[in-house]
Design a protein around this ligand. Structure first.
Ligand SMILES: Nc1ncnc2c1ncn2[C@@H]1O[C@H](COP(=O)(O)OP(=O)(O)OP(=O)(O)O)[C@@H](O)[C@H]1O
Length: 929
């Protein structure tokens, strides 16, 4: 015996098909939810939880939403990352025996929503499928609302997959469970919450049917498997034809520059690091698009800079033409402005949700096309000309809509008023009948008022009784007996009918009924005809988007004074007067200081030192952005630019907020560097900000040096490295392709003025405490920091002293300035070199350093750091310091004496205590001056 009522039994069996979704179960005018669904939905949607007797002993938890406002509730659940299965009555209740049959008609999921916030106007909402077949990974990304479907694959490589997924920023993913589990772990860089819907098997047949045999067999097997899985899932959830998915756009990973999630984030390509808003990103700067599909295409271009020079040149050619043609840009803008979101309109047409207003929006858009086409073909640009000549203006479709659809149709497609008079004779006839009938009824009111003398007599209509004549109670006495048939009694009125009225009513209602059916039928036919032309409309949308993006890039380039980059397949990256495109816009006037870049085969690494706040990060990002902009096909913020095609930009720009899964900043950095060492090629560009921070100073320096050497010797690509370790500056003498640069500052009194100018040579100090003061830290802290710094400097003297070095370094490991053959070959790279007293050098060869173990390396590196600091007191600097700070000739003489004393003291051979004593003595004397 069933425990529940038949209706609840039905609910339970439908629910079996939608275990991971809320089941919206249609009951009359409501969608009801039961059991656990009801409890959770009541909480999530803040609606009342009630109960319903369902045959069991206890009441079943229940809550519901009215069907006419369900859309809003569904959206809210989707935004929270849930899925919603919509279950409708699928037979006429009047004809049903027993419980009306109900079925799930669609499952709405975060990756398949067609309306609402998730499908924001200017962005995509991607559903992504990932698979791995025979050590090849594939990824397919589909935006159901626009009909885009991209697919690609590569030999199995998790980083590649992560990078590729990141580009789509999917809201839902399906795939092999194992792969999904790994991706979930990586969800940090993915940023937004993703719903994972594991899938078991791909269905090849489904894909074949969707895209046709010819297109299907062109795809590689792993791509087929991936797309098939995706399409099967979409079919199962949407339960309708997916006409908008007409084309697969397959691409090869090698077609595009590789940008990992950290790089994309650090460079703020599509959103800012701080608040993840689009404003402040490169995309925002470049986005002057007028159409939604243009905005989406621009995003794709920014996400995927090209690797083929010829393809970029095609874009640049159009941008250059438009750059110099202000009027053409304005004219195009006017036309583009009038074009609605063709891709989404097409999506709704295919989905069967487009209404009369959507069709009119499509028509209005299509009407812009002929002139848009003419503008492009009339321009001097070959690229625009080619786009125009391939453009099908779909004029026949515009005419079809124009003939069929009324100018101002209602939102609903079931309530009539959609079809233009004259489109269909039968419809016109029915409309005529209905209008005549209504006129007869309107006339009836006047006639009966006249005949009965009752001024308040009126003819009304309601759904239950149809047309009636209403007379107030007070007037009933004036009504001749038997004139009408009594139908209904109200508190203060009586309602009547006449046989003639009923006859007319039948005619009107019948006409209206048929009219509604006919209108809906006609409308559906028009929609179907458009549906059959979806590929044409999609191609048109693509062309419009491309024109829009090219125009947008030209507009920004012209207004910001960018120049056309000279692209090369060579190595050198030469930029004169480069600027950071985004930072310069937020600065008032022309206060941004331009800096050049000169990265060549024989000078491919810049080691940039300089104070905090001096502009190192900005400069390095600027170089990366110029490279990306050039490969997108945009002009670049510079006076002149010669840009080689870069295959990958790798950035490590420190920020505490890129911590993932409890890993330390240092671990993240090391993991990134590992990927870099594996993936970077000579055509790559590496940018590392503050290399080696996050661990002890000595280790930091050691690692930084080792990394720089690796990039220099093994990878051989262009690199910009900034560091606070001024000690690394000595690398210039050993690494032939490395150049020291620094951000210039000017000191006056205790103030530091940032010049933001990149100058050759290393900087000597970081001004960290000065920056802390600027940032408004309390004086108690900055003063304390200053005094601690003094103490630390004392300690350094200890380390410098011969005792310390000697204690750590075995005698035989020390050799003098003349190195042996092995040492020469290393030329100080793999080993550690210490400047010794009097300009001599203590050198440990690689072998020796390794032999002496970590303790040696650490101590030696620490000593090295401090010695470098002291050795700053070279003759020249000492001279400068003396003549610059002495107020009188007498003072100068005394100072000279002190310096001499310092230099004469054989500090390398003192004990720590002696060294410290000497330094204190000198300091005291200096104070007395
Ligand atoms: N070329 C420039 N012209 C004008 N202002 C600049 C320039 N470069 C940077 N700035 C300004 O200087 C500020 C600091 O720059 P940035 O963050 O690049 O310094 P940094 O040297 O990397 O500092 P830190 O070492 O503390 O990270 C920026 O916020 C920017 O406003």
């Amino acid at each position: 015996m069933a425990k529940f009522t038949p209706m609840i039994e039905q609910y339970l069996s439908v629910k079996e098909e939608a275990k991971d979704a809320f089941l919206f179960f249609r009951l009359g005018d409501f969608y009801e939810m039961f059991f656990d669904d009801a409890i959770l939905a009541a909480k999530e949607l803040e609606i009342t939880l009630t109960g319903r007797a369902g045959g069991a002993d206890e009441k079943i938890p229940m809550c519901g939403v009215p069907y006419h406002s369900a859309e809003n509730y569904i959206q809210r659940l989707i935004e929270k990352g849930y899925k919603v299965a919509i279950c409708e009555q699928v037979e006429d209740p009047a004809a049903a025996k027993g419980v009306v049959r109900r079925e799930i008609v669609r499952v709405v999921t975060p990756g398949t929503v067609m309306e609402g916030k998730a499908v924001a106007e200017k962005s995509n909402n991607y559903m992504v499928a990932v698979t791995e077949v025979d050590h090849v990974m594939a990824i397919a990304a589909c935006d159901l609302s626009t009909g885009e479907l991209h697919v690609t694959s590569a030999p199995s490589n998790q980083e590649w997959l992560r990078d590729e997924i990141n580009i789509y920023s999917p809201s839902e993913m399906i795939g092999d469970e194992q792969l999904l589990a790994w991706i979930k772990e990586q969800s940090g860089p993915l940023g937004k919450p993703v719903v994972y819907s594991p899938r078991a098997k791909a269905q090849d047949e489904v894909g074949r049917k969707q895209f046709g045999e010819a297109a299907w067999i062109r795809l590689e097997p792993e791509r087929r498997a991936c797309v098939a899985m995706l399409v099967a899932y979409l079919g199962e959830t949407q339960k309708r034809s997916l006409g908008q998915l007409s084309r697969i756009s397959a691409y090869e990973p090698e077609q595009y520059m590789i940008l990992d999630p950290f790089t994309r984030r650090n460079l703020e390509l599509v959103e800012t690091v701080r608040d993840r808003s689009k404003k402040g990103s490169l995309l925002h700067l470049l986005d002057r698009t007028e159409t939604s599909m243009g905005a989406r295409l621009l995003r794709r271009w920014v996400d995927k800079p090209l690797l083929s020079r010829s393809q970029v040149e095609v874009r640049l050619e159009a941008v250059e033409e438009l750059y110099g043609a202000f009027m053409l840009r304005e004219d195009l803008k006017e036309k583009l402005k009038g074009i609605y979101d063709l891709e989404r309109l097409v999506g709704r047409i295919a989905f069967g949700t487009a209404n009369g207003r959507d069709l009119n929006a499509l028509k209005l858009s299509l009407l812009q096309i002929p002139e848009l086409k003419e503008l492009c073909s009339g321009s001097a640009s070959a690229t625009l000309g080619r786009i125009a000549s391939g453009m099908d203006d779909c004029g026949d479709l515009a005419s079809l809509i124009e003939e069929a659809i009324a100018d101002d149709p209602p939102v609903s497609v079931r309530d009539g008023g959609l079809i233009r008079p004259g489109f269909n004779a039968k419809l016109d006839e029915l409309r005529e009948a209905s209008t005549n009938g209504k006129r007869w009824i309107a006339d009836l009111e006047a006639a009966e008022r006249q005949a009965t003398g009752i001024k308040s007599l009126k003819v009304g209509y309601n759904k239950v009784f149809g047309y009636y004549i209403e007379i107030t109670k007070s007037n009933l006495t004036s009504l001749p007996e038997g004139r009408y048939e009594r139908k209904q009694t109200l508190a203060n009125a009586e309602r009547f009918v006449t046989p003639e009225l009923k006859e007319r009513e039948a005619l009107i209602l019948e006409a209206e009924d048929r009219m509604l059916d006919l209108e809906y039928g006609l409308f559906s036919e028009v929609r179907d005809q458009l549906s059959a032309n979806i590929p044409r409309l999609q191609r048109l949308a693509e062309a419009v988007a491309e024109i829009d993006v090219l125009r947008s890039l030209a507009a920004v380039s012209a207004e910001s004074g960018f120049v056309r980059p000279v692209l090369t397949d060579g190595y050198d990256f030469v930029v004169e007067n480069g600027r950071h495109p985004v930072v310069e816009t937020v600065m008032e006037g022309s206060s941004f200081i331009a800096n050049g870049t000169n990265l060549k085969r024989d000078a491919s690494i810049l080691l940039i030192t300089g104070p905090n706040m001096a502009g190192k990060s900005t400069y390095m990002r600027q170089v990366a952005l110029i490279s990306i902009m050039a490969q997108i096909g945009c002009f670049v913020p510079a006076g002149r630019a010669e840009i080689p095609m870069v295959d990958r930009i790798f950035t490590r720009i420190g920020a505490a907020d890129d911590l993932i899964g409890g890993q330390s900043t240092f671990m993240v950095e090391m993991a990134d560097i590992q990927v870099m060492t594996e993936k970077a090629t000579p055509r790559s560009l590496i940018i590392i900000d503050e290399l080696g921070r996050g661990t002890s100073t000595t280790e930091g320096i050691a690692i930084a040096q080792a990394v720089i050497e690796y990039v220099h010797d093994v990878i051989g690509c262009k690199a910009l490295v900034s560091t606070h370790f001024h000690e690394l500056a000595h690398l210039e003498s050993g690494l032939s392709k490395l150049r020291n640069y620094s951000m210039a500052v000017q000191e006056s009194g205790d103030k530091v003025h940032f010049l933001r100018k990149l100058v050759p040579g290393a900087a000597s100090t970081s001004y960290g405490i000065y920056c802390a003061k600027l940032a408004g830290l309390p004086a108690a802290i900055t003063d304390r920091a200053s005094s601690l710094l003094g103490d630390l400097e004392k300690v350094s003297v200890l380390a410098v002293s011969g005792e310390a070095v000697k204690a750590a370094v075995p005698e035989q490991a020390l050799s003098t300035a003349a190195p042996d053959a092995a040492g020469q070959a290393d030329s100080g790279r793999s080993g550690i070199r210490l400047p010794g007293a009097g300009g001599s050098e203590v050198r440990y060869s690689a072998q020796e350093t390794a032999d002496s173990g970590k303790a040696l390396a650490e101590t030696a590196a620490a000593a090295e750091q401090e010695v470098v600091q002291l050795s700053i007191f070279g003759d020249e600097q000492a001279e400068q310091a003396v003549s610059g700070s002495a107020a009188s000739a007498k003072e100068e003489a005394k100072l000279r004496g002190l310096v001499k004393q310092l230099k004469q003291a054989d500090i390398m051979n003192m004990t720590p205590l002696q060294a410290m004593g000497l330094l204190n003595e000198l300091k005291m004397k200096a104070k007395d001056l």
